[in-house]
Design a protein around this ligand. Structure first.
Ligand SMILES: [Zn+2]
Length: 597
């Protein structure tokens, strides 16, 4: 048994999430975590909402809310959506908790003490009329990269680049239109060049990574500069140094605190579990492994910057040092990055309304219908396009006509003719062949999921489904009225195949596997689901928000093993209701109309 940290990118809490987000990392990571648990590993799946930074403030302004109110609002919506999709988080939390603040500040202090945080003079903006610091987001100007005329002082919303206020052409205050005055002031930088050698050596030990991630990261190392980690901002984690901690206008940069979330969420989980040191099993045990899941726009933070921060906290960069109070921490085992999902040929965009939110999707379709599409056609290795026509085809032709039909026909026939799982007679060659096929799927599908090849994995599982459907068609047990013994053997065989396949399918399609388990007369939880719990902040008065908040958690201690379990003849079977819903072709036009409305 290995300790497996499954670390998912932190959704940004400035709005509800669309299906592109969950396609990139949510569902693939959940498939991996569920499979690894069934293999007997001690999995911890953590993440939360990323709630600091300018976009939260901008969204809050537009809704007449405070930043804390806006973050709380979208945190709750996102928690509910991820729950509805059945993503089996051990803990999905948020970055505004006292526990997160403490962890971030501890890591900052260790990096600072080890000499990896530089204090440098940079030009900061002040308002000439008030003499006060002008936060980055209140400065607007033309982006030097793309020419967009409403870029903000910290980033350009058009080209997505991070900016400094001094980069802007013709900067203006958004408060009163005056031209800001730039004065020298201190800011903090992560000394990335001090990690170039250590990162290179570490990357050389990484095998099995997707080649795009490795190549991209190696290229980054050719040109490293100190990276700013503090901003002129009033919403974020305070800087834990004397003279800084109480300043309301200086905060740690949002990305710096967000990547530390993987560690702080594990610590929060441990504290909530009643064993506060339990987090060390995933972060300090040299045998533990960690898999980070994200979209390709976030690779840099997971393959370069977060590993650099961990090396610095361990005292393993060029400036030396000692591990801090959190001890020597594990670097990522693998960085699993997906490509982008587009929608009917266009980039998802909330502002241009090319979007389908997870919530809206799940109001009309089942979570497993979406999970199936994402697993079978998601942006695993290349950009992929979501179209409603393809969703309809995959749902009706593959999920309903393939897997759903196999389940329904076989259980209905056995229920009607035997009322139970029939007692088999001597198996014939064709029976043994089918059972060998579904048993072999445990190895082939399992190996593919373990290598994060979800698309190929579900493809292999569906091949075994097709083999079972072909077996039914070839043996035609409905024509065996005269030979109940042979009919019982055939139905037993196909039910055993269905039972195996519900296990093989369960990481991809947990909701329907639970149903199939019950239709086969099984009791209790087969594919455990997360649940929402309202909790109090563990460190009240320290984070940015107080009072209860929803976390996503679950009990996954009792998952079935990744293996074939013999069905017990005589187990009572009832007439099944369909596991999946066939969709009307008219949904395609309806959905496209909704999109264009
Ligand atoms: Zn730009």
């Amino acid at each position: 048994m290995t300790h497996v940290l499954t670390a998912l990118a932190w959704p940004y809490a400035n709005g509800p999430r669309h299906i592109g987000h969950v396609a990139g990392f949510g569902v693939p990571a959940d498939v991996f975590a569920r499979y690894m648990r069934m293999r007997g590993h001690d999995v911890l799946m953590v993440s939360g909402t990323d709630e600091h930074g300018t976009p939260i403030l901008v969204q809050a302004d537009s809704e007449g809310l405070t930043a804390a109110e806006a973050a709380a609002k979208y945190n709750r919506i996102i928690v509910e959506d991820l729950d509805a999709l059945g993503l089996s988080y051990d803990l999905f939390t948020r970055t505004t908790t006292g526990n997160h603040y403490k962890t971030v500040q501890e890591l900052f202090s260790t990096l600072y003490g080890n000499g990896y945080i530089l204090q440098k003079k940079t030009l900061g903006a002040i308002s000439p009329s008030t003499g006060r610091t002008l936060p980055d987001r209140y400065i607007e100007g033309t982006c030097p990269h793309c020419g967009f005329d409403s870029a903000r002082g910290d980033q350009c919303d058009n080209c997505g680049r991070q900016l400094d206020p001094t980069d802007l052409i013709d900067p203006k205050s958004r408060i009163n239109g005056e031209t800001p005055k730039f004065v020298e002031e201190d800011h903090f930088f992560l000394d990335l060049p001090a990690f170039a050698d250590a990162l290179n050596a570490w990357l050389d030990t990484r095998t099995g990574w997707r080649t795009n991630v490795l190549r991209f990261t190696k290229n980054l190392l050719d040109e490293m500069h100190p990276r700013p980690i503090s901003r002129d901002l009033d919403w974020g984690v305070p800087i834990p140094l004397e003279g800084w901690i109480d300043r309301p206008d200086k905060r740690l940069y949002v990305w710096f605190d967000a990547v530390i979330g993987y560690l702080s969420a594990t610590i929060e989980w441990a504290r909530r579990s009643g064993d506060p040191d339990a987090w060390k099993r995933w972060w300090q045990d040299p045998e533990a492994v960690s898999y980070y899941f994200m979209g390709k726009d976030n690779i840099v933070f997971h393959s370069e910057i977060w590993p650099a921060m961990l090396l610095g906290a361990n005292g393993e960069g060029a400036n030396g040092g000692e591990p801090g109070p959190l001890g020597k921490l594990n670097l990522p085992t693998e960085v699993v990055s997906s490509e982008f999902l587009t929608m009917e040929g266009k980039q998802f965009s909330s502002s241009r309304r090319v979007v389908i939110y997870v919530r809206d999707f799940l109001e009309r379709y089942s979570p497993d219908a979406l999970r199936y599409y994402i697993c079978a056609a998601g942006p695993e290795n290349q950009d992929s396009d979501f179209t409603w026509a393809e969703f309809l085809r995959r749902n009706n032709d593959e999920l309903v006509a393939g897997w759903g039909n196999l389940v329904n026909r076989s259980i209905a026939m056995a229920a009607k003719n035997f009322g139970a799982v029939p007692e088999p007679g001597e198996l014939e060659e064709v029976d043994r062949e089918l059972l060998a096929t579904t048993k072999a799927a445990f190895d082939t599908v399992g190996d593919l999921i373990g290598a994060n090849k979800v698309r190929a994995g579900i493809g292999e599982a569906m091949k075994a489904v097709a083999a079972a459907n072909k077996y039914l068609a070839d043996t035609a047990p409905w024509k065996m009225k005269e030979d109940p013994k042979r009919q019982g053997t055939v139905l037993y065989t196909v039910l055993q195949a269905v039972s195996d396949l519900k296990t093989v399918m369960s990481p991809f399609l947990p909701h329907s596997s639970q149903r199939v388990h019950e239709l086969l007369g099984g009791e209790g939880v087969f594919a455990p689901m997360p649940f929402i719990e309202e909790v109090a902040d563990l460190d009240e008065g320290q984070g940015a928000t107080d009072g209860p908040y929803p976390i996503l958690t679950g009990d996954y201690s009792d998952v079935p093993k990744w293996e074939s379990v013999p069905l017990v003849p005589g187990t009572v079977l009832e007439k099944p209701t369909p596991v999946f819903t066939k969709l009307e072709p008219s949904i395609v036009d309806e959905e496209i109309e909704r999109l264009n409305a």
